[in-house]
Design a protein around this ligand. Structure first.
Ligand SMILES: *Cc1c(COP(=O)(O)O)cnc(C)c1O
Length: 490
């Protein structure tokens, strides 16, 4: 499979690149992204063939069908990481919660959030490409919570890759911070900064664009890369579980082969939803993809009105912080697919300059034929968490809860809905403890105990253990000292 560019070609970049090249240098001409030149049609034959397949077998066949330039042995090694999930025979369980609503649990990996689904195998791919090219890479990451732990976990002790991970000190949950600061591999550096997530992200962007930083690295024979959610090396692994979840419903006789379903996705940077879109493009029977948001509802407005409008918008902090995003990067790939590269370039440049773009009525209608959207505020989310627990005995996190509101609003036809659950209850426990009737604003440690007692559920050992694990990454510094700190680590 070859990759082309969402904003057309500038005559400097190659007009077509391989999968490995798209992974190593994810930014295309005019600041655009790489997208598959064409997708194969899988059709019902592919789905039927995999009715009895394991997750890994399905994944391998999909990657093979996509013809990526990755050796088979590397693919096997990457996919073997799903054996480290709770149930190696089914890393993504799909659970019935309401009559027509099934939850696909994407959080059974090592860091208990959905970022593991893609980052676990991605770590193997990137390290193997780096080794093949005999090149050392420094991966820079800025995190508000879930990406940092998942990136550190996947790259730890991997050859030819080092990671420097910036997080806002005090800006993540205790569990998320402990997951990072207790990592102890020589190729990992975790840096807390005095400031918020925007400061961390700004510092990262500054370094990624800094010629002097890059030339210092070059002198040490190290290239710079990022593992952010526009990287197609992550997106490709997010197509698989949509197909798997559909097959799970067929396997359990919930639907018949070919019957359409809703996919209901808690969305931030739109990687998860984009994976569902590509699965649909390849022939998965999908009625609509429902985009669930929190109070940062730019995506709801885009889909319902055709306008992406950031004027006078500020990110607000919510109880579903992994979705506290205004610029949702992967939407660009949908624009490209629907409207082509020239139109995408115009729209994205407008967003850059005027902080706003408007689709035509016709374009908006085309977007709405496949997507619908709704958003959910924190109190509504807590009410859904409480209802799912008291009525169905199902414990869910605040990101997943946004999908329940969107389901009520958008799943208008009598079809089954697959809700994607992106975090275990242990990752956002203070909100859940409050929803279940406990005190508000508890510490993670207290909230975990509240939930454990209320719901008669054990705190998983890997979460409990964090509170007594030695802290090996104690660095907390001012923004101004980041570059120096990273160079000292190298
Ligand atoms: C990253 C994340 C999301 C958002 O996913 P996107 O692919 O960026 O849309 C939702 N929930 C949780 C818990 C996450 O970590």
């Amino acid at each position: 499979m070859k990759f082309i560019e969402t904003r057309g070609n500038d005559g400097v970049h190659s007009s077509e690149v391989t999968f490995s090249e798209a992974i190593l240098s994810p930014i295309a001409s005019f600041g655009g992204l790489y997208v598959p030149k064409e997708l194969p049609t899988l059709g019902e034959a592919f789905l039927t063939r995999h009715l009895d397949s394991s997750y890994k077998t399905l994944a391998k066949d999909l990657l093979t069908t996509l013809q990526i330039d990755i050796d088979e042995s590397v693919m096997d090694e990457a996919l073997a990481l799903y054996d480290g999930f709770d149930d190696p025979s089914n890393p993504v369980p799909v659970v019935k919660v309401l009559e027509d609503l099934y939850v696909s649990e994407l959080y059974h990996g090592p860091t208990r959030a959905f970022k593991d689904m893609a980052l676990q195998p991605f770590g193997v791919l990137l390290s193997s490409i780096a080794q093949k090219r005999n090149q050392e890479y420094l991966i820079l990451a800025a995190t508000s919570g879930d990406t940092g732990p998942a990136a550190l976990e996947t790259f730890k002790n991997r050859p030819n890759v080092r990671v420097a991970c910036l997080y806002p000190n005090g800006g993540t949950s205790d569990v998320q911070r402990l997951q990072m600061v207790t990592e102890d591999a020589p190729n990992l550096k975790v840096i807390g900064i005095h400031g918020d997530f925007d400061d961390a992200q700004r510092a990262l962007k500054h370094l990624l664009g800094s010629e002097s930083f890059k030339s210092t690295l070059k002198a040490k024979n190290i290239a710079l890369s990022a593992a952010n959610s526009v990287n197609f090396g992550r997106i490709i692994f997010q197509i698989i579980y949509h197909i798997h979840s559909y097959l799970e419903l067929v396997r359990h006789n919930v639907i018949t082969m070919g019957e359409k379903v809703y996919l209901d996705v808690p969305s931030g940077n739109f990687g998860n939803a984009l994976g569902g879109y590509y699965a649909y493009q390849m022939g998965l029977p999908v009625e609509k993809i429902i985009i669930a948001s929190n109070e940062n509802n730019v995506l709801t407005r885009l889909i319902n009105t055709g306008r992406y409008d950031l004027r006078n918008q500020q990110v607000v902090s919510t109880t579903s912080p992994a979705m506290d995003i205004l610029v949702s990067s992967n939407v660009e790939r949908i624009l490209f697919d629907l409207f082509g590269d020239q139109r995408t370039k115009v729209l994205m440049e407008k967003l850059d300059k005027e902080r706003c773009y408007a689709l035509s009525d016709d374009e908006t209608m085309r977007l709405q034929t496949l997507f619908s959207a709704d958003y959910c505020n924190g109190d509504e989310g807590k009410a859904y968490i409480k209802e799912a627990y008291t009525q169905q005995g199902y414990l869910m996190d605040p990101h997943t809860a946004t999908c329940f509101k969107a389901y009520d609003c958008c799943a208008t036809q009598p079809l089954k809905t697959i809700v994607y659950s992106t975090a275990e209850w242990t990752k956002f426990s203070p909100t859940i403890a409050h929803a279940l009737g406990g005190a508000n604003n508890q510490s993670d440690s207290d909230a975990l105990h509240t939930i454990s007692q209320t719901a008669h559920i054990a705190i998983p050992a890997m979460i409990q253990g964090l509170f007594t694990k030695p802290i090996t990454q104690a660095t907390v510094i001012d923004k101004a000292d980041i570059e120096q700190e990273i160079l000292a680590f190298l």
